[in-house]
Design a protein around this ligand. Structure first.
Ligand code: FE2
Ligand code: FE2
Length: 285
């Protein structure tokens, strides 16, 4: 059931200033030193955003994810959280990926009074923040690998991406992408139908538009299949209220405009937040 949370904004400022949303993916606490993450979190807090979106890959295993959340424990604004692919790894065989996804991660988020963006939207100043992990479904697979079917792409993933080694949930990538995609569409429909919402900021962990793809492809171009979900982008582009799309996951910063088949330009950003060098983007300055 799609719900929404009204971010607490001073009534006197409503309508005078655009809402300020900070998007912070790929903190990777544990790989990134906590002291480094703390410095960036303090800098972000000084920006005084209305909404902070922690957009996946906060840290693993679970205590690292919780450390990342606790960097924002006493901020004076709404905090929304998405998981990333690393956050559902069961590398140390503590909690299964299914337990993390269905219970431990949303539980850790809600215990702190934060919003699990995978199930609820945030609405502030007439702007809705709608998000999802946006799991890859191989629609970003380069054309030269078109002959590799979904089963091959799934079975051989571990050669190209550690998700294939450390994620032990029972779903294939196509199944999981379909599950989270359907739930995301419900929340988009709710925001779209809400007369109080005049624009939508979409935040995903995995990029959704080809224009957001990494400009530094690795040695093996097949790995790109695990770094985008272009079919989700084709859904998002149908909503005229979408003002901007932000993603993470590739760690390679890109600012671009996606042009829809109807000729509308949607600004899109991949935040270049990397191991050891976490970064955030601010919308509405
Ligand atoms: Fe990441
Ligand atoms: Fe990621």
């Amino acid at each position: 059931m799609a719900g929404s949370v009204q971010a607490g904004l001073a009534e006197s400022t409503r309508g005078l200033f655009p809402v300020k949303v900070a998007i912070f993916p790929d903190l990777h606490v544990g790989i990134t030193q906590e002291s480094t993450a703390r410095l960036v979190a303090e800098k972000l807090r000084a920006e005084a955003p209305d909404v902070i979106v922690l957009a996946g890959d906060l840290g693993e295993p679970l205590p690292r994810f919780e450390q990342a959340l606790d960097l924002f424990a006493d901020v004076d604004c709404a905090v929304a959280v998405l998981a990333g692919n690393h956050d559902v790894w069961n590398r140390f065989e503590i909690e299964t990926s299914e337990e993390l996804w269905n219970g431990r991660l949303p539980g850790a988020v809600r215990d702190r009074g934060f919003v699990w963006l995978e199930e609820e939207n945030i609405v502030a100043h007439g702007t809705a923040v709608v998000g999802t992990i946006g799991w890859y479904d191989y629609s970003a697979k380069p054309p030269e690998f078109a002959h590799k079917d979904d089963e091959v792409m799934f079975r051989t993933k571990k050669v190209f991406n550690n998700d294939g080694n450390y994620i032990d949930w029972p779903w294939t990538d196509v199944e999981f992408a379909g599950m989270v995609g359907a739930s995301f569409v419900q929340r988009m429909e709710a925001a779209n139908a809400d007369p109080a919402v005049h624009e939508i900021i979409v935040v995903t962990h995995v990029p959704v538009f080809p224009e957001q793809a990494s400009r530094q492809p690795g040695n093996n171009p097949r790995a790109a299949a695990y770094f985008g979900n272009w079919s989700l982008g084709r859904v998002i582009e149908q909503y005229d209220k979408v003002a901007h799309v932000f993603s993470g996951h590739t760690h390679d910063g890109v600012a671009a405009v996606h042009v829809t088949p109807r000729g509308r330009g949607i600004p899109c950003t991949t935040v270049g937040s990397d191991y050891g060098a976490p970064r955030y983007a601010v919308w509405g300055e």
